[in-house]
Structure formats: structure tokens, C-alpha cells
Design a protein around this ligand. Structure first.
Ligand code: 5CA
Length: 442
């Protein structure tokens, strides 16, 4: 991509309406545009990053055997009346009437609709377990939408639903999701900690929020620091291994506000290991047994013909919120560095332009073609801005690698910068090797 052709409406200054850095940056570099309060359009670069996040989320869901489907955004009020949540959900739910006067709504979540799909198709215990998910827009008429896409009204969520025969099987599904979440966030370059949480309007009695540390987060968290040292590598998708993983995580105290209790915290966590800070909830998983399957008649027949209500859980990830959350975690000293797994481009070429001499531009185009040949996603800043403005702009955009064609690039040795590191002089061959090696690790 050549920058002059790219739809990237970068602003000169920080927009005054934004209070937190992710909101400022997203508006500043033209990732999003507000269309009305809490509702945003995603412009090409913001959308590209969100799609990359979505794909990683999808791959990790597929790996644990969840199957993707797509449910609509608009739902009928009928099923919500069946579950009893139509009234309970209150003003957060956007209610609409169609031309026949039928009550409809813009889905804030999908427990009812997915149970209805399940009950009309699955009749026998032999078809269990099942895990279904979709990645779809949701609408919640939040009282105070704020911080850009972090707490907005229309947002993209991955929501998965599990259907099992027994509590024991359902916990296995829950634990699989728990592992898939840790792996997903790891690939996104952030460390999200599972914390015991309240279930709110979704219901049930077992729930974890996945929270990443950030000063601007809305959740206050209390944790034993040692939980950050755990890694997922040794856990497999077997019953025993997944059970051990949950036990390992649950060894360490980690809760949000709702579950916090000073006495427990002080009793369970030694003084040096106590961490009290703020975080952003990027995922939330729930186990609620037959809360929806019972009223909505989501049951299967056993071998002897007897019917049992299936045991369900639901599992959300805030896909659009993650874009902002990654910025909150990675944006430092006015410099953004996207993890390569979700970066809008792998590398930027920034040539110094001299009016009377187009040598740098010719060189830049050659490098561009060579990178493209190697399947490296590259952006070339072909504008006539001066080199320091180009560098400043790309420091905000957050592409993790830059080739600067200025005074320090000589012949075949190019000035190469990895964000936050000293610049080096490298050959194009070595630069390609560095990027491809890192891409292979993702
Ligand atoms: N049905 C369940 C799980 S599928 C559910 O809706 N859970 S949730 O309410 O916790 O939402 C899941 C995730 O969506 C949250 O962890 C959060 O990351 C994201 N989310 C929730 N509300 C908003 C919002 N107003 N703006 C942006 N993201 C949101």
C-alpha cells in the first residue's frame, strides 16, 4: 500500500473530546469515526486491525471444536419473554417494532436465540456435546457510553455457547474455553488474567472475567502477583489437564470489585505479592446450567427416552473493545507498537524526499516490491512530508518495524528501526529474515 492512496485521515492534534489514550489515538490516526453517541464507523486501518483480532479469536475457538454460525442482530421479543429476561433486561435493550407491530429487539447477547436454534435441531443425548459461536455486532443502550469503542453502544462480540449432558461435562467445556481464552490473549500480545467474577444479568454461579492491566481500566482488581507467572504451555485439551489448569489459576487470589473482600485478600495474599490496580475486561465466561434450557425447553432424550434439560455456558470476548485495550496496554510515551500478530502493516518504508533527486523514491519502490514478493505487508510513505514528520506519524500508527531511507541508509545497508529499540543498519535480506521469523512464530 502506498500511503498517498490509503484512506487514513490523520489529524494534526489530539482530539479534545477523548479522555483516554486509546480513544485519542484511534481518532487521531483515523481508525474510527463516531456516527452518533456510542456508535462508530470503523475506517480501513481500524477495521483491518479488528479483523486480525477477530481471526485469532476465531482460530482459537475452532481449535477447541467450537463451530461458527451467524445469528442475526435483530431478534424477536418472543423468546426473551419465554426466558423471562424481556422485562429484566431493562433500558439497556433497544426495543423496536416492525411494520406489523411485532416486538423486536437489537440483540445485546444471544443465550435465548441460540437455545432456540439448539432445541429445534438437537433431540438426542447422542448429539452432545455441542459448542456454537458467532462473531456479531451487539447493541446495549449503555447509560454512559464513553472512552470511544471501549464502552460503546454498538460493538463486536464473539459469543460462544456450550451444551452438555451433565454438570461434569459442562465444566469440561468451561475449562476448554478458559484455556482457549488464555491462548487467544497471549497471541494478541497481552496478558489477560482470569478473575472470579459476578454473573450479573447473564446469571449462573460460576464465572470468570479476563482482565488486562491498564490504569484507564474501569474494573478495580485485587490479585496475587504470582498469577502473572503462570503460562498455558503445559496444558492439553484433556479432562485431567484442564482441571489442573483451573486449579493452578485458582490457587492465586484474583478478583474484581464485586467479589473483593479485604479479609480474604489479606489472609490469602502475602504483603509483597498484593497487587491492587485497574484493568479492562476483555472477556467474560459463565456457567449457568439450565437457566435458559429449562424455560426454553432445550432438552434432549436419554437412552431410556427420559428428557433432560441441557447444561449451558456462555463465553464472550469483546472483539472491538480489544482494539482499544491493546492500545491502552502498549501505547507509551506517545509511541504505539502493535504486536505483529495484529499490526495494520508489518513494516513501513519512510523515504526522505528531495525535490531534485528521486533516488530515494526509486530505492523505496524496489524495497517495497521485494518485501511484497516475500508476502510481507508493507506500507510506503510516498508523500512529500519531511522525514521527521513521517517518523512521528508512523510512531503513532504503530507499525512495529520501519526502514528509514535518509542519511543513515547507505548503499545496501538500510536504516532499520524496531519500535522502542536502537536503529541498526541491515541488508534487506536480513530485514526480511527478521520479519518472516517473527511472523512464523505467531
Ligand atoms: N452472553 C455473555 C457471554 S457470551 C455476555 O454477553 N457477556 S458480557 O456481557 O460480559 O460481554 C462479553 C464481552 O463483551 C465483555 O467481556 C466485554 O469485553 C465486551 N463488552 C460488553 N459490553 C461492552 C460495551 N458496551 N462496549 C464494548 N464492549 C463491551
Amino acid at each position: 500500500m502506498y500511503l498517498s492512496n490509503y484512506f487514513l485521515p490523520v489529524l494534526k492534534d489530539n482530539p479534545s473530546e477523548a479522555q483516554i489514550k486509546s480513544h485519542q489515538l484511534m481518532l487521531r490516526v483515523g481508525m474510527i469515526k463516531q456516527s452518533s453517541a456510542g456508535i462508530y464507523s470503523w475506517l480501513p486501518m481500524g477495521f483491518k486491525i479488528m479483523k486480525k483480532i477477530e481471526n485469532i479469536v476465531r482460530q482459537e475457538q475452532d481449535k477447541i471444536g467450537a463451530q461458527e454460525l451467524l445469528m442475526p442482530t435483530i431478534q424477536s421479543a418472543e423468546i426473551w419473554k419465554e426466558s423471562g429476561r424481556y422485562n429484566d433486561y431493562g433500558e439497556e435493550m433497544l426495543r423496536i417494532k416492525d411494520r406489523q407491530g411485532r416486538e423486536m429487539l437489537y440483540g445485546p447477547t444471544n443465550e435465548e436465540l441460540v437455545t432456540e436454534i439448539f432445541r429445534s435441531s438437537i433431540k438426542s443425548y447422542k448429539s452432545l456435546p455441542q459448542m456454537l459461536y458467532h462473531i456479531q455486532l451487539k447493541f446495549r443502550d449503555e447509560v454512559r457510553p464513553r472512552f470511544g469503542i471501549m464502552r460503546c453502544r454498538e460493538f463486536l462480540m464473539k459469543d460462544a455457547y456450550s451444551f452438555d449432558l451433565s454438570d461434569e461435562d459442562a465444566l469440561l467445556s468451561y475449562n476448554k474455553m478458559f484455556l482457549a481464552y488464555l491462548k487467544t490473549f497471549n497471541r494478541l500480545g497481552i496478558s489477560a488474567i482470569p478473575m472470579a467474577a459476578d454473573t450479573g444479568p447473564i446469571g449462573g454461579n460460576l464465572s470468570h472475567e479476563f482482565v488486562i492491566l491498564a490504569e484507564t481500566g474501569e474494573s478495580k482488581i485485587y490479585a496475587d502477583k504470582r498469577i502473572f507467572d503462570l503460562t498455558t504451555e503445559k496444558y492439553l485439551l484433556t479432562k485431567e489437564s484442564l482441571k489442573n489448569m483451573r486449579l493452578d489459576y485458582e490457587k492465586y487470589y484474583a478478583v474484581t470489585d464485586d467479589k473483593y473482600n479485604e479479609k480474604d485478600f489479606e489472609k490469602n495474599v502475602e504483603k509483597n505479592n498484593r497487587l491492587i490496580t485497574k484493568g479492562i475486561e476483555v472477556g467474560h465466561i459463565f456457567y449457568f446450567g439450565d437457566k435458559y434450557s429449562k424455560p426454553l425447553k432445550g432438552s434432549v432424550a436419554l437412552q431410556d427416552g427420559k428428557k433432560v434439560d441441557v447444561k449451558m455456558g456462555s463465553y464472550g470476548i469483546g472483539v472491538s473493545r480489544l482494539v482499544g485495550a491493546i492500545i491502552e496496554a502498549k501505547f507509551k510515551d506517545n509511541i504505539m507498537k502493535w504486536p505483529l500478530s495484529v499490526s495494520p502493516f508489518d513494516i513501513a518504508i519512510l523515504p526522505m524526499i528531495n525535490k531534485n533527486d528521486n533516488t530515494n523514491m526509486i530505492k523505496a519502490k524496489k524495497i517495497y516490491d521485494e518485501l511484497k514478493k516475500n508476502n510481507i505487508d508493507v506500507i510506503l510513505d510516498d508523500t512529500d512530508e519531511n522525514i521527521s514528520s513521517k517518523i512521528k506519524k508512523f510512531n503513532l500508527i504503530g507499525v512495529p518495524y520501519q526502514v528509514i531511507l535518509g542519511k543513515k541508509s547507505e548503499g545496501d545497508l538500510l536504516e532499520f528501526q524496531e519500535t522502542y529499540k536502537e536503529t541498526k543498519n541491515l541488508s534487506l535480506k536480513d530485514i526480511i529474515k527478521i520479519i518472516l521469523t517473527e511472523k512464523n512464530l505467531i
